[in-house]
Design a protein around this ligand. Structure first.
Ligand SMILES: NC(=O)c1ccc[n+]([C@@H]2O[C@H](COP(=O)([O-])OP(=O)(O)OC[C@H]3O[C@@H](n4cnc5c(N)ncnc54)[C@H](O)[C@@H]3O)[C@@H](O)[C@H]2O)c1
Length: 291
């Protein structure tokens, strides 16, 4: 696990904008060497310009990567191995803010949303877990889900919410396994944070544009103004950095969904029978009363 960021190597997907960049700034400030991996060269150029001239600007580098491209992701992981002897911290943060009229959603929309938001995270785990286990230094993996994963969202957010719920559940399940290799796992659950997620339409690959049912809503989203009272990305960065050090499972930025989170959990519990099943070691279960 991570006890200090001094000299640690962090690989942050979607690291050139918004939340990822906020995390990068804080990790650099606390002593880490950070690699920003991002789809958008313009975001990378902007981000590197922000670091330029700063005291630790040589602690930041960047590479252009589409997290859905497994071949390129594997090359990026190999580059981290060759250049740094492997990474210590992986931040699976790249994501797209997919939303639109559910009944008009096509496979292009499902593939885009799940491809980046779930596939990108799974590709990160798949490429970096073996490397982090093999170098034996321990480490940490943070994945950005969303508070949308924890409440019942409106239909236009169904794909986004489902993709983020998948991330959260995957990370929860994998945590005990990675703990055995001294690798911590955290799930970031943000509410509104200042970012460029409204540019989602620009991050959609060409082959998933034709036939999309979400074109109009993505164009509308692109005109959304970032709220002045939304959280600053570096505030999220500090929450993440502290969460890495304490190996906290859930890193939550806002409290306003608490009632909705509780209502959902209680609805599931209310529908759950009181019988207590007993599981055997094969995962088969039988009712206690059968004995
Ligand atoms: N900003 C919010 O209010 C908010 C709330 C909840 C969750 N989130 C999540 O936070 C994460 C970061 O988003 P953000 O709000 O900072 O948005 P952002 O658009 O500012 O940053 C995301 C970055 O990811 C990059 N990206 C997009 N697709 C990619 C791909 N296929 N491969 C590599 N990089 C890719 C973008 O170029 C961008 O630089 C996302 O997973 C998002 O779903 C954001």
């Amino acid at each position: 696990m991570i006890e200090s960021f001094e000299g640690k190597i962090a690989f942050i997907t979607g690291g050139a904008s918004g939340i990822g960049l906020g995390i990068a700034k804080v990790l650099v400030e606390r002593g880490a060497q950070v690699v920003l991996a991002d789809l958008r060269q313009d975001h990378i150029d902007d981000a590197l310009a922000e670091f330029a001239g700063g005291g630790r600007s040589n602690a930041v580098s960047a590479l252009q990567l589409d997290v859905t491209n497994r071949e390129k992701y594997r090359e990026a992981a190999q580059k981290m191995q060759d250049e740094f002897g492997g990474i210590d911290i992986l931040v699976n943060n790249a994501g797209v803010g997919l939303e639109g009229p559910l009944l008009e959603a096509t496979y292009a929309d499902y593939d885009f949303g799940f491809g980046v938001n779930v596939g990108g995270v799974i590709n990160g785990f798949t490429e970096f877990m073996p490397q982090m286990i093999a170098h034996g230094r321990g480490g940490h993996i943070v994945s950005t889900a969303s508070l949308a994963a924890e409440v019942v969202m409106p239909p236009q957010m169904a794909i986004y919410a489902a993709s983020k719920a998948a991330v959260a559940h995957f990370c929860e399940a994998v945590k005990p396994e990675l703990m055995q290799h001294d690798i911590g796992v955290s799930i970031l659950l943000p509410g509104p944070v200042k970012s460029r997620i409204h540019e989602t339409i620009d991050n959609r690959p060409e082959h998933l544009r034709s036939g999309s049912g979400f074109v109009a809503s993505e164009k509308k989203l692109s005109r959304r103004i970032v709220g002045g009272n939304w959280m600053e990305p570096t505030e999220v960065g500090n929450l993440v950095a502290d969460g890495i050090l304490s190996n906290a499972t859930y890193l939550v930025t806002h409290g306003f969904f608490k009632d909705g989170m509780r209502a959902r959990a209680e609805a599931v519990l209310a529908a759950t029978p009181d019988t207590k099943e007993v599981f055997d070691s094969f995962g088969n279960y039988r009712d206690e009363e059968e004995d």
